[in-house]
Design a protein around this ligand. Structure first.
Ligand code: GLU
Length: 424
């Protein structure tokens, strides 16, 4: 596939600016109307709350909580809640816009939203986290809603937090509303297959891209950055397809093994080792940045944002990048990767498996009947493959990258929704 070069201006600094930079480039290639572009550049609603929490040591701390509803054009806003120290207005705004595009690419009847609390969950007790989650939910009681705005887990949160959120929401609204959040534990209305869904979507996107590149999964190698919910499931599922995983890493250790890392052993290890890789003996320790430029065929950034900078991009050896994380590549790196002929399956397509199964969870909650895991996986795979094909076709038709193909796919849907509904 030959592609059109479009460089992004260097003044784009913040994460939301990085979203706008991509939006501008896509809008130009696609020919988006100015009205629609202006609407998409301004999130619909931004809420910020202060959350006073009594800490275990008897001191009071006030945490900042955020929720941004970027768009409800195609349906209720959907998106996770992140617990991390870098959570701020800008980041939540950017992530909420990506959810609008991600849901549109995945063909879900949802808009986009995102929330977060500025905190370090690793340094907090379970009791403190429960109080914080419930205080946040109570503060956002009028923002969230089954047909309004539906949270889910993200970085630093999991089914445990969603169960607390559901409890606080149910008590505030005096009823039982399982569909107000997704990614819940299975016993509370969660869906089978949701936990592994983002990693599964990464695997399906990888297989689809390898097929286009005429590469045999059994003959390729991969490096996966991040060993949390996305990275660990992605590594396991890619490995099950015969792909040799030569490098893995988390915030405590990065490992290399040219014969392939025993992923099952690594998963077993982290389960009994405080959820971290440090101490796992399945490879030699390398520097975290060496994972990104390792000599492998496939690179899966599945941890943090902005790790593939322009400088890193110059040194990447992989021929395929599958973005398991949200925003792992900076706008400056896009044209460099394109010029090197590296195919990038962008975040808003590659990690859409999570929100796709979130949608299935929400449908099951509304329906009151639950599907076997095989049925969830089958529906997920079909949906991801269809999204991949649409994006690939758009990239070909507009003679551009898959990232732009994905943005164009989203813009087509959101634009037709906005135009059909009209404005005041
Ligand atoms: N936090 C995940 C994401 O970024 C899942 C969102 C959801 O399931 O609503 O896609």
């Amino acid at each position: 596939m030959t592609t059109k070069t479009t460089t992004v201006p260097a003044e784009h600094q913040s994460m939301f600016d990085a979203v706008l930079a991509r939006l501008d480039v896509a809008a130009k290639i696609y020919g988006l109307s100015d009205e629609v572009a202006t609407i998409l550049k301004n999130p619909q609603k931004q809420v910020k709350v202060s959350l006073p929490i009594m800490m275990d040591n008897g001191t009071m701390r006030v945490f900042e909580g955020f929720r941004t509803v970027h768009s409800t054009i195609l349906g209720p806003s959907k998106g996770g809640i992140r617990y991390a120290m870098d959570v701020c207005d800008d980041e939540v705004k950017a992530l909420s816009a990506w959810m609008t595009f991600k849901c549109a690419v995945a063909n879900l009847p949802y808009g986009g939203g995102k929330g977060g609390i500025k905190c370090n969950p690793r340094e907090m007790s379970v009791g403190e986290l429960e109080r914080l989650t419930k205080a946040y939910t109570t503060a956002m009681a009028d923002v969230f809603g089954v047909d309004k705005d539906i949270p889910a887990p993200d970085m630093g949160t999991s089914g445990r937090e969603m169960a607390w959120l559901l409890d606080a929401y149910n008590k505030t609204h005096r009823g039982n509303f399982p569909g107000v959040t997704t990614g819940k534990p299975v016993g509370l209305g969660g869906s089978l297959g949701r936990d592994a869904a983002t990693g599964r979507g990464v695997m399906i996107s990888t297989l689809a891209a390898l097929a286009k590149m005429k590469l045999d999964p059994k003959k390729v190698t991969a490096a996966v950055q991040g060993f949390g919910n996305v990275g660990s499931h992605a590594s396991r599922l890619l490995n099950e397809q015969g792909i040799k995983i030569c490098a893995i890493g988390d915030h405590t250790a990065t490992l290399w093994n040219e014969n392939g890392i025993d992923i099952k052993a690594a998963i077993e290890f982290v389960k009994t080792n405080n959820n971290v890789l440090k101490g796992f003996k399945g490879g030699v320790e390398i520097k975290p940045e060496e994972l990104l430029t390792a000599k492998v065929d496939i690179l899966v950034p599945a941890a943090l944002q902005n790790v593939i900078t322009g400088e890193v991009a110059q040194n990447i050896n992989a021929k395929l990048i599958i973005e398991g994380a949200n925003g792992p590549t900076t706008p400056e790196a896009d044209p460099i990767l394109k010029d090197k002929g590296i195919i990038v399956v962008p975040d808003i397509l590659a990690n859409g498996g999570g929100v796709t199964v979130s949608y299935f969870e929400w449908v099951q909650n509304k329906y009151g009947r639950y599907w076997p895991e095989a049925e969830v996986n089958e529906k997920h795979d079909a949906s991801m493959n269809a999204a991949f094909e649409t994006v690939w076709k758009n990239a070909e038709q507009y003679n551009t990258t898959m990232r732009m193909g994905a943005y164009i796919t989203a813009l087509q849907k959101v634009e037709s929704g906005i135009k059909a509904k009209g404005w005041y």
